[in-house]
Design a protein around this ligand. Structure first.
Ligand SMILES: Nc1nc2c(c(=O)[nH]1)N[C@H]1C(S)=C(S)[C@@H](COP(=O)(O)O)O[C@H]1N2
Ligand SMILES: [Mo]
Length: 200
């Protein structure tokens, strides 16, 4: 069966390059730690909880069996580089939402990563048509430095919201700042609104 493919609105916009950005060839690897620890994929569990009807806990194998999508999207880092047309593959966030059934109070999403990184975003960006939990990049298993085993990709926000090494997603009533947000980065982070720092 042909894979379902979504072309992200980030690729189709007339103002495709957001203000203050320039194109580069390939995403630069950015991590808050010097060396990302090795993860035992057998012990890995992906968890979703908070303001949901049906919290879940899945193994990596179970994630690979969920309905999948390919997403072609641009990628915009707040440090002003942008990359065209990255091909991701994974579970659309709409599928996660279908399974866990968030309550109406779920207005924000908080994301937990294996090495301790966190980030937050509004629910409405989490469920955009091009947002996904990616386990492949350009048709290959997600390279370790780009987020193996699982990465939240939210092309319509700056790249720091596209958390690598994700193990947990919490749906919340109230917003809460993640790692960079605690250090002044924007609580939303829309590149076309140049929401780089809180107050922009
Ligand atoms: N877990 C985790 N995810 C992360 C980061 C991080 O330090 N840890 N850095 C973010 C930032 S600032 C950017 S620009 C992108 C970079 O993605 P890349 O390393 O795949 O190029 O990852 C984002 N996701
Ligand atoms: Mo970044």
């Amino acid at each position: 069966m042909a894979k379902r493919r979504v072309v992200s609105p980030t690729v189709k916009r007339k103002d495709r390059l957001p203000p203050g950005q320039h194109w580069i060839q390939y995403p630069l690897v950015y991590d808050i730690v010097e060396r990302v620890p090795d993860f035992d994929i057998e012990k890995y569990r992906f968890k979703v909880w908070g303001e949901v009807e049906n919290p879940i806990e899945l193994t990596y194998e179970e994630i690979l069996k969920l309905p999948s999508v390919e997403v072609l999207a641009d990628f915009h880092c707040v440090t002003r580089w942008s990359v065209k047309e990255i091909l991701w593959e994974g579970v659309p966030t709409s599928e996660i939402v279908k399974i866990v059934r968030p309550k109406p109070e779920a207005k924000y999403v908080f994301v937990y990563c294996l090495e301790g990184y966190t980030t937050n975003l509004p629910y409405e960006y989490f469920v955009k048509e091009d947002s996904l939990l990616a386990y492949k990049m350009f048709g290959e298993p997600l390279p370790k430095e780009h987020g193996f085993p699982l990465r939240l990709v939210v092309p319509q926000l700056y790249a720091w919201k596209s958390a690598k090494y994700v193990w947990g997603i919490e749906f919340r009533k109230e917003d809460r700042p993640g790692y960079w947000e605690e250090r002044g980065y924007h609580m939303v982070g829309d590149p076309w609104k140049e929401q780089r720092y809180w107050g922009d």
